[in-house]
Design a protein around this ligand. Structure first.
Ligand code: NCD
Length: 307
């Protein structure tokens, strides 16, 4: 019998159970490269075709899915919506029906509308992988973040994780909250009042809110910084300087956290807005490890869906 992942694909973290997450992470560990070696290859997906359909800008996520597909022996085709018929006014359903007629085995998609991949999964028969939908979820990001943390900590349970920045518009924050909460982490969400709505406290068990950065970081094992989503903000945003003064991560904050704190960011980073260069390039930063782990996690996800 096919699993939910094999029929609908990976749409969000919220509906995944712990054992499914654990098996993806275990398989991702197998794909992680050893020091100075390249990623393991396999040909479990030979003959399969994966279409990456990106309606929003992306560098690391799109490339990472492409590499992951190729490392598994699949054919990967990437389409940027700007250069496709979508920019000529074709509706989402028409575009997808056209692609579906070419019979890919799976579609990886990023879209600015929350829920777009869920909508498509109801209309198309092939599995869909959500590569970020609006402000809703970015499931493979949360999986690669968990893999990165677990490379340096024995378990997620009991870890204090501060997620800081534009929480309101962050699909990365939502997916991470769901995942970390399932594994018993203590989560503090922190950001300027306009970007941290109170209802987020009830997103999942184990979440509290803080508007003061020092309070959020006190005793943290992990600090996850977020990009300010200017493209999703409707009101006049704070200037970069003002934002940095109140919510930019600097060395003095690191001193408040656990001594071996991990500093994370999904990228793209804005130095001088979300974090200082000293912190971005410090020993605590695992930002490039996150990028590397993204390939291993996406290999594990594609394999579970398609093999
Ligand atoms: C994130 C995204 O697009 O949601 N980036 C990514 O996938 N690495 C975060 C962001 O753009 O701020």
């Amino acid at each position: 019998m096919k699993t939910a992942l094999q029929t609908t694909g990976l749409l969000d973290i919220e509906s995944l159970d712990r054992s499914e997450i654990e098996s993806i992470l275990e398989r991702a560990r197998y794909f992680q490269p050893l020091q100075n070696e390249s990623f393991r290859r396999s040909d479990t997906l030979r003959g399969k075709m994966i279409v990456n359909l990106f309606f929003e800008a992306s560098t690391r996520t799109r490339v990472s899915f492409e590499i992951a597909a190729r490392r598994l022996g699949a054919d990967a085709v990437s389409i940027a919506a700007q250069g496709s018929s979508v920019s000529k006014g074709e509706s989402l359903v028409d575009t997808l029906n056209t692609l579906a007629a070419m019979r890919p085995n799976a579609i990886v998609m990023r879209h600015s509308a929350s829920g777009a991949p869920h909508f498509l999964a109801r209309h198309l028969s092939m599995p869909i992988v959500n590569a970020g939908d609006g402000t809703h979820e970015h499931p493979t990001q949360a999986l690669l973040d968990a893999l990165t943390i677990l490379g340096r900590r024995p378990k997620l349970e009991g870890l204090r994780v501060a997620i800081i920045g534009d929480i309101a518009h962050s699909r990365v924050a939502r997916s991470n909250v769901h995942l970390l909460s399932k594994f018993g982490s203590e989560i503090v969400l922190c950001g300027p009042p306009a970007l941290l709505p109170r209802e987020l406290a009830s997103l999942a068990p184990g979440v509290r809110l803080a508007w003061d950065m020092n309070e959020a970081i006190q005793g943290a094992d992990v600090i996850m910084m977020l990009r300010v989503q200017l493209e999703r903000q409707h009101e006049a945003p704070m200037s970069a300087g003002e934002y940095f003064r109140f919510y930019g991560l600097r060395p003095e904050h690191i001193a408040l956290a656990k001594p071996d704190v991990l500093v994370m960011h999904p990228g793209p980073i804005n130095r001088g807005r979300e974090l200082s260069s000293e912190v971005a390039d410090s020993q605590s930063s695992v930002i490039l490890n996150q990028v590397e782990n993204g390939i291993a996690v996406r290999m594990a996800v594609l394999e579970r869906i398609l093999a």
